[in-house]
Design a protein around this ligand. Structure first.
Ligand code: DOR
Ligand code: ZN
Length: 405
């Protein structure tokens, strides 16, 4: 058993607690607050094929350091996860890597929708957490950019009782916007080219497909007010629509191109800071359900390439919880909202079984994000140097306690 002594609940009650474990340890948890182990519904851990950016040995350590005990991994690997046999191979590689480091991280895999492989979806329906649809091109070459295929995916997913997770950026508008763009090719051009209308149009289309087929829809990385308005009315209509936002869309904005340069390039792009308040309000109203870190590591060498060659994406799994706890201190979020965003809602939406996983956080610990301490293979963070208040101290996964330094 793991015995926690004098731990605090989010209401401030001091309690003792025992958790099933083959170890017998006692943790003096004075001053530490208990949260459920975090669930990250959106990570890119890069296995197979992109292991120079990340693998599950480094990523699992990063997850634990961030207070996460469950992750859902995306299919845009090399090769992408679009067939039953690739899904099996991916599981085998991940399991071997996790075994090597002795961290039984809980994980689920998204299956990639690919026009040539729709016949594979029923074969994997019981083994995947959902179907990922890239409505616009992002990292990798997965994309569903024609209406006929989009209709087909939503219909097949509904028939197989699978949720569809959409990367909602409209490929046609995106190409048009790229062709019409005449400004300088700086990193900041990214937010102009992949503008809000590109995202809004795709969200609108995805919701209309859910209306038609009854498909459960999970909208990834919502970044702007116009998307929120559509999601709000879809929910009011009673459609099975759920929404995620990310730490970078909550805490970074277009002004960050100046300092972060290529490291600020992400899909969908950073927006103006006026969207932050809209996202926080949407959290309070229950329009946003979850936070996904969208942990998408690339090497610094890759991110230093000029705009056009610099890949989109940034790491996030180690900094998401401290950023949210810091936002609690700024009266932007309640602790209950943080629990709801980082575990409760995801557990309900994706029908996950309950477990005893926990993270013990020191709400008063103040620390700067230190790139030299990060576990992610890419070794950098867009939040480097940010002083944050509220950090995880212990992560308890499947009855094992990991101390976070
Ligand atoms: O910025 C992004 N990076 N957006 C995506 O959709 C994919 C991700 C990645 O895999 O690098
Ligand atoms: Zn992503």
């Amino acid at each position: 058993m793991i015995h926690l002594k004098n731990a605090q609940t989010i209401d401030g009650n001091v309690i003792d607690l025992s958790i099933q474990s083959s170890d017998d340890i006692t943790i003096k948890a004075d001053g530490l607050t208990i949260l459920p182990g975090l669930i990250d519904p959106h990570v890119h851990f890069r296995t197979p094929g992109l292991e120079h950016k990340e693998d599950w040995r480094t990523a699992a350590k990063a997850a634990i350091a961030g207070g996460y005990t469950t992750v859902f991994d995306m299919p845009n690997t090399l090769p992408p996860t679009i067939t039953e046999s690739r899904l099996k191979d991916k599981h085998a590689i991940i399991n071997a890597q996790l075994k090597e480091i002795g961290i039984p991280l809980r994980y689920q895999l998204f299956f990639g929708a690919d026009k040539q492989h729709f016949n594979q979806i029923p074969l994997v329906a019981k083994d995947v957490i959902g179907i990922k649809v890239f409505m616009g091109c992002s990292t990798g070459d997965l994309v569903i950019d024609d209406d006929e295929s989009l209709h087909a995916v939503f219909e097949i997913a509904a028939k197989n009782n699978l949720i569809v997770a959409v990367h909602a950026e409209d490929e046609h508008l995106l190409q048009e916007s790229k062709a019409n763009y005449k400004g300088p090719m700086t990193y900041a051009a990214h937010s102009v080219i992949r503008n809000i209308e590109v995202a809004r149009t795709a969200v609108e289309k995805a919701i209309s497909l859910t209306r038609k087929y009854g498909t459960r829809l999970y909208i990834l990385h919502v970044s702007s007010k116009p998307e929120l308005a559509l999601i709000k009315s879809a929910k009011q209509e009673g459609l099975p629509v759920f929404a995620e936002t990310t730490p970078h869309h909550l805490f970074l904005d277009e002004s960050n191109y100046e300092t972060l340069k290529g490291r600020a390039v992400v899909n969908p792009p950073l927006r103006l800071s006026e969207h932050h308040i809209e996202l926080f309000n949407a959290i309070h109203e229950g329009i946003i359900d979850t936070i996904g870190s969208d942990h998408a590591p690339h090497t610094l060498h890759e991110k230093e390439k000029p705009y056009g060659q610099c890949p989109s994406g940034m790491p996030g799994i180690e900094t998401t919880l401290p950023l949210l706890l810091n936002a609690y201190h700024q009266n932007l979020l309640l602790l209950q909202e943080i629990i709801s965003l980082t575990s409760e809602r995801a557990r309900k939406i994706f029908h996950l079984a309950e477990n005893d996983d926990m993270v013990l956080v020191d709400l008063n610990k103040i620390k700067k994000v230190d790139e030299s301490k990060l576990k992610t293979k890419c070794g950098w963070s867009p939040f480097a140097g940010h002083e944050l208040k509220g950090w995880p101290v212990y992560t308890i996964l499947e009855g094992r306690c990991y101390t976070i330094d």
